[in-house]
Ligand binder design. Structure first.
Ligand SMILES: [Fe+2]
Length: 251
């Protein structure tokens, strides 16, 4: 009799164990299913994040394209500056490559060259096209264009280097430039490159108040400014490009 009782207790115990085992297994399966759902939603979030980043990048690039179009349109209105930024961009890119910049860096320098005077958008045409010397106030307004231009492109996160170039393209080696009066190598390299291209194109272009210099006169002016106003290494690269037929040859 005692043996039968022990057997039935063992059987009860075994049934309990089995029930606990089944319950544990069911919980494990639930957990596995929950983990699977969590993993799937994590992967879905990753996909959304990647798509969002890609859309954001495309939007930023579209914004840059609109700014390039705007810069072009602004310049096209004025026969004296038409094509200036494109020539500056082409020459700046060649100069950048010549001094050993990576192609990607040279591209940013070229894009900054295209946009370097975008900040003139807020300057009245009467000042921009004034056929005589500017007053002190007009100069003050004119000198704001690098900072205004840098501010316009500042929402472009991938273009921070370009914004710096735009901001400092009127700095000069001896600190006499603007807006910050930076000296020598404190001036971002891209800005020193754009400065040489900008100065050469400005010197050789007609303005309402003067005829453009000849190519030879402009080269003398630039050579004379090396190390004083313009970066000597960039000027050397420029003179080497000139010896190769640039900037008049196609890029
Ligand atoms: Fe400028």
């Amino acid at each position: 009799m005692a043996g039968e009782v022990e057997i039935s207790q063992v059987l009860l115990y075994a049934r309990d164990l089995k029930a606990q085992y089944d319950a544990t297994r069911a919980r494990e399966q639930d957990l596995r299913a929950a983990y699977g759902r969590l993993k799937a939603s994590y992967q879905q979030s990753l996909r959304y994040a990647r798509e969002l980043a890609s859309v954001y990048g495309r939007l930023q690039r579209a914004f840059l394209q609109s700014l390039l179009g705007l810069a072009n349109a602004l310049e096209a209105k004025d026969p004296y500056t038409r094509g200036h930024s494109e020539r500056v961009a082409r020459l700046a890119r060649r100069l950048a490559l010549r001094i050993g910049c990576e192609p990607s860096e040279s591209l940013v320098i070229a894009q900054a060259g295209l946009l370097h005077d975008l900040g003139k958008i807020g300057i009245p045409e009467a000042v921009l096209r004034k056929p005589g010397p500017l007053t002190e106030n007009e100069w003050k307004l004119m000198r704001e264009h690098p900072v205004v231009g840098a501010r316009i492109v500042s929402p472009l996160e991938f273009f921070t280097e370009g914004a710096l170039i735009i901001r400092h393209h009127h700095e000069r080696q001896d600190g006499s430039g603007y807006p910050a009066g930076l000296l020598g190598e404190a001036i971002p390299l891209g800005a020193r490159v754009v400065a040489v291209a900008d100065v050469y194109d400005a010197l050789t272009s007609d303005r309402p108040y003067r005829r453009g210099l000849s190519r030879g006169e402009a080269l003398c002016w630039i050579q004379d400014s090396a190390g004083r106003l313009l970066d000597a290494r960039v000027v050397s690269a420029f003179l080497a490009l000139v010896a190769d037929g640039c900037p008049d040859s196609p890029v």
